[in-house]
Ligand binder design. Sequence first.
Ligand SMILES: NC(=O)CC[C@H](N)C(=O)O
Length: 368
Amino acid sequence: MKYQSRQDALLVLEDGTAFVGKAIGKIGTTGGELCFNTGMTGYQEIYTDPSYYGQIIVNTTAHIGNYGVFEPEQESGSVKFCGLVCDEFASIYSRKRADHSLQRYLEEAGIVGISDVDTRKIVRYIRSKGAMNAMISSEILDKDQLLHKLRTEVPSMLNLELATQVSTSTVYDMGNPSSDIKVAVLDLGIKKSILKNLANRGVYCKVFPAQTPFQEMKLWEPNGYFISNGPGDPGVMDYAVDTVRDAQESGSPVFGICLGHQILARANGLNTYKMHHGHRGLNHPVKNLITGRCEVTSQNHGFGVAKDELDKQDRVEITHLNLNDQTVEGIRVKERAAFSVQYHPESSPGPHDSRYLFDEFIDNMQKS
Ligand SMILES: NC(=O)CC[C@H](N)C(=O)O
């Protein structure tokens, strides 16, 4: 009854593993890095988060689409991820204020997906073999043909620069223009909820394109610099590393989230690396090493800050640690007012435990 009108679809992983399911979204073919997100809510925020650009998302929660879509829940002006894998895809949505169905939303955005596959099996597979590229098709149902297309057309996420593809092309502002606190935002693929968190605390933000040099942002005389989240490999973003180093050395407060954290780390001589399969979900436990308190955090990253160089220097200290795998979740530059976190304090979606970090950034600006 529920899948009557849906045609078959095929999901093929880079190593040749295949899953057969039903077509959702647009009829077509799509490829990208296959990632899983364990969050039980917030699918629309995930699909519109620019950090997911170039990625196919496996939503592990059992039902997707059941509360429809609602415009204010978008994290950017359009859908950014490139494919959806889920178990039960709801054709009927129940929420009064929803604009329309997820099916219509995906179709209009040109997103190809597959449902009715064993998402737990896929997750166990990625967890043991590591992140890999995949392709979904509802038009090519021959596994060998799709695998060939995948292997020849989809680039590896390693060494891929994607921030310039999702960053703003023009400078824009947000918040109260007469505010005392002005923040220059380096947009590497920013989520709207981060800007809202700053604006709601009385900050006036000016958002600059990814490749804006520091001197150009400085002309505006901001009180601090914010380095955003975003897609791709931080290891090939030297342009942003230079900007962030200059911002930090100017003595102004700097705050980075996720990709911004990785760039701040690189600006201080630390390395980033591609993780085995990344962290994507809403319940990742993090310990704040300064206060000793734990936070349940929202996460989305496939790269991390390596500990090797960290252990050899005393310029940067670790402020937050992941309690699942002891990876670096936050750093602070000791002689500067610069800090960053790997996870998402704007938590959209997710628990609000870490919102205090926005207040700390504002404190830093008020003190300086
Ligand atoms: N959310 C983000 O900013 C992601 C950062 C980076 N692209 C990663 O996958 O690790």
